[in-house]
Write a protein that binds this ligand. Structure first.
Ligand SMILES: Nc1ncnc2c1ncn2[C@@H]1O[C@H](COP(=O)(O)OP(=O)(O)O)[C@@H](O)[C@H]1O
Ligand SMILES: [Mg+2]
Length: 278
């Protein structure tokens, strides 16, 4: 385990409109010769009310970055803020409460409780916290996600896409400032995946949420406003208003020329890779 480090740098308080921010975010796993540097001094600002996608090859540090930004994992060095609250160096209990109140999660494997129906799964985190859901908001989330007629169903009675929509509703239920989704379409067929991506998009456009989604699928990233590209624990590029084709092109370049990603060199046209198209 690494120790949380809080290196206070004066004059680096987050500006308005930033939902989460990291400076010099570094995460090493293990020690000595077996140390893996999962994140190498990452600076990142997550804009409020936007849909940000984080892309990169397997092992590039996407999940680690998300976990550190969400306060689910300690950092080895650097600072992380949620809004204007610095979470690095926070005590466990304080951090747990802050996570519960301000962050929603969606995981690749849904993580629904099989013995609870959809409605119970959606409100479970709030029930555990002893909080009353805002019924109006909850209704809006349920209708936006098209789950109204599925509320009494258990996860086993729902399709993969519906289960992920329940997980999405659960993440949204407490109206968190920030929703993190780690490969939320990874276990879905392309149609159900598109549905979930559409709902994440709506959560941003219609409900004013902030979403950070980790994916390795260019088709999924194309639903976002901004793509951050990770390679070897560093943010190496970003792309506004991404298209699947442009993202794929960028990805191919750092798969092929991994030592020097994103040089002017032409990456060639993709012919051997299929895309989920809208
Ligand atoms: N708990 C862990 N212990 C040791 N190494 C880890 C752990 N989690 C991740 N890593 C390593 O950190 C690097 C980044 O992992 P990860 O953030 O999961 O990448 P991604 O989500 O982009 O696939 C990888 O080299 C991975 O093997
Ligand atoms: Mg991952």
């Amino acid at each position: 385990m690494s120790t949380p480090a809080a290196q206070h740098v004066p004059g680096q308080a987050p500006a308005d409109g930033i939902a989460a921010r990291a400076r010099g975010l570094t995460k090493a796993y293990g020690s000595g010769e077996t140390t893996v540097l999962a994140l190498d001094s990452v600076d990142v600002d997550i804009a409020r009310g936007r849909f940000t996608a984080v892309m990169g090859p397997s092992g590039s540090g996407k999940s680690t970055m998300m976990h550190c930004l969400a306060g689910l994992d300690t950092v080895s060095a650097g600072q992380v803020w949620l809004g204007d609250t610095e979470i690095t160096g926070m005590k466990d209990r304080e951090l747990t409460r802050l996570r519960r109140d301000r962050i929603g999660f969606m995981f690749q494997s849904f993580n629904l409780i099989p013995t609870l129906n959809a409605a119970e799964n959606i409100t479970l985190p709030m029930d555990i916290a002893g909080k009353k859901p805002d019924e109006k908001w909850l209704d809006q989330v349920i209708d936006t996600l098209g789950l109204r007629d599925r509320l009494k169903h258990r996860p086993s009675q729902l399709s993969g896409g519906q289960q992920q929509r329940v997980a999405c509703a659960r993440a949204l239920a407490s109206r968190p400032e920030l929703i993190f989704a780690d490969e939320p379409t990874g276990n879905l067929d392309s149609r159900a995946g598109l549905e979930v991506l559409g709902f994440l998009r709506e959560a941003v456009d219609q409900l004013g949420q902030t979403v950070v989604m980790v994916s390795h699928d260019p088709g999924a990233a194309a639903h976002s406003d901004l793509v951050l590209f990770l390679a070897d624990g560093r943010i190496v590029d970003e792309m506004e208003r991404p298209t699947a084709e442009a993202v794929l092109e960028r990805m191919k370049r750092f798969d092929v020329t991994r030592a020097a990603p994103f040089t002017a060199e032409d990456g060639g046209t993709p012919s051997d890779v299929t895309l989920d198209k809208d």
